[in-house]
Write a new protein. Structure first.
Length: 503
């Protein structure tokens, strides 16, 4: 099933409306009664729920496609990496956590639902997620702390990174182009939940883009669709209720009347510290970022590591006054090159704009300035060797991407020398306090990043292959057999130079 409309053609020129305070109060009361009497509630969200976070929508009066249809430039908004999930995002997350809401279907690619705490198992992101990569071979998804851009312009979604789970597949940008088939796995789940649903909350969506809009339409046919949007939609006449008000206003009032809190957003990170005895009184320490749901899955959410001197009595966690990273002239780092691989380099100096001047290990390439986002500490991969003839611990300073101006944090390693162990720490950063909190520390046997939960299969990888092959057939007038052979050879060349994670 494909997108059936394209870009500016989906723009709506309907004026925004606002219910009177009396109408709004009555409609919210009706909605609360419907929620209280329903057993299988789903939500369907569009770009309108992110506008209060500073992320422009697409089809509102100042939306991207609306302005494009008028020949105007899009409005510049807040980067989705820096945007804070809205009250609506956090209310949805809380309703899911409490079991009031059974499932979430979203058209949004901004990653804010996942960042708010919605688990991947509770959401169908029908148009993808700009912070997610999926392995074309095993189907493993990686939720990143950066935008997952494709390596080159064109139909191929390869990002230039390799899968650390299966160690053989290319990672693909997980957003859907117009004309590309939607992920059938997520769409099938969305349809299944819609068939079971006795109430659908359509929040901040124009409901104009098929096949995503088919999901609320299934529930509308039962007379159990509620739309919250400032403009009319194609399903307004079929809806049991249409509330013309900002979604944050509506969801705040709904949560209050249900007696439920809207939790504040807190940035969550999971960090694993592994200890492995090497013999002769030495122990190796390694640090890796973990997926928020699967602690065995390695993700790149740590920018740099600095090791302190071994000590006996250390605090479990300390919020530092600086953001890091702490590279000094001569420090060995690795730089993500245009070829998608990590290349050895040394830090020369930091520039006033925050970039780093690096010199390359091959000495043939001239020194250049590199943004922090394309650098990682070499010690993050290689770890640290410590003399542990006497029991001790090591303070570990970690720096992050700093999208929310989060400072660095200092963790205490497990006691070294007694056993091989990996400790997974769950950290939360309170944006109001400006402080990190240690929520839990779970000890487990030392693991390898390729172990863990079962992956869902390479359905998206197969769909992506067909999408690229058919595009090449159309634009280059190739036969399917020839286009397939070219694509397979192209993928093999790309795989041959991928980085599949720490050795």
């Amino acid at each position: 099933i494909f997108f059936r409309k394209t870009m500016a053609r989906t723009a709506t020129f309907e004026p925004e409306r606002m219910d009177s305070p009396e109408e709004l109060n009555d409609k919210i009361s009706q909605l609360v009664r419907m929620i209280s009497s329903s057993q299988h509630i789903i939500a369907f969200t569009g770009a309108g729920i992110s506008t209060s976070a500073g992320v422009p929508d697409f089809r509102g009066p100042e939306g991207k496609w609306t302005r494009q249809a008028k020949g105007l430039r899009p409005v510049t908004g807040v980067s989705t990496l820096k945007a804070i999930p809205t009250r609506t995002h956090m209310a949805i997350m809380e309703l899911l956590r409490r079991g009031v809401l059974k499932y979430l279907v979203s058209q949004n690619c901004d990653g804010l639902h996942r960042r708010s705490g919605v688990p991947a198992s509770s959401i169908s992101e029908l148009h993808g997620n700009s912070n997610v990569e999926e392995c074309e071979s095993c189907g493993q998804q990686f939720f990143r702390d950066f935008a997952c851009h494709r390596e080159s312009r064109g139909h191929d979604h390869g990002t230039g990174r390799g899968c650390t789970r299966c160690g053989r597949g290319r990672l693909l940008e997980w957003t859907i182009d117009f004309g590309q088939q939607l992920p059938s796995r997520g769409l099938a789940l969305a349809y299944r939940w819609a068939e079971q649903s006795d109430l659908c909350l359509a929040l901040g969506s124009s409901l104009t883009v098929s096949p995503a809009s088919d999901v609320p339409e299934i529930v509308a046919r039962k007379g159990r669709l509620v739309v919250v949007n400032l403009q009319p939609t194609p399903l307004t006449e079929q809806a049991a209720l249409h509330i013309y008000a900002p979604v944050d206003v509506v969801m705040d009032a709904v949560m209050t009347r249900l007696g439920l809190p809207v939790p504040p957003f807190r940035l969550r990170r999971r960090i694993a510290v592994a200890v492995r005895r090497l013999g002769d009184g030495e122990t190796q320490l390694r640090v890796r970022g973990c997926d928020s749901e699967d602690p065995h899955l390695h993700v790149e959410n740590v920018r740099s590591v600095a090791w302190g001197p071994p000590a006996v009595d250390l605090r479990p966690l300390r919020t530092l006054a600086e953001q890091g990273p702490w590279w000094q002239p001569g420090d060995e780092v690795e730089v993500k090159g245009d070829d998608g691989r990590w290349h050895a380099a040394k830090v020369a100096q930091r520039q006033p704009n925050g970039d780093w001047t690096v010199s390359w290990a091959d000495e043939r390439t001239p020194s250049c300035d590199v943004p922090t986002a394309f650098l990682r500490s070499k010690t993050l991969c290689k770890g640290l060797r410590v003399d542990t003839t006497q029991p001790c611990a090591v303070p570990i300073r970690l720096s992050f991407f700093g999208h929310y101006n989060e400072p660095a944090v200092e963790l205490c390693s497990p006691v070294l020398g007694s056993e091989d162990v990996e400790v997974v720490h769950t950290l939360e950063y309170d944006l109001t306090e400006g402080a990190w909190h240690l929520m839990s520390s779970e000890r487990c046997g030392a693991t390898d990043a390729s172990s863990g939960s079962t992956t869902p299969g390479n359905e998206y990888g197969q769909q992506h292959m067909q999408y690229v092959v058919e595009a090449w057939m159309k634009h280059k007038s190739w036969s399917r057999k020839h286009a397939m052979a070219i694509f397979e050879a192209y993928c093999e060349r790309r795989r041959a130079r991928l980085d599949f994670g720490p050795e």
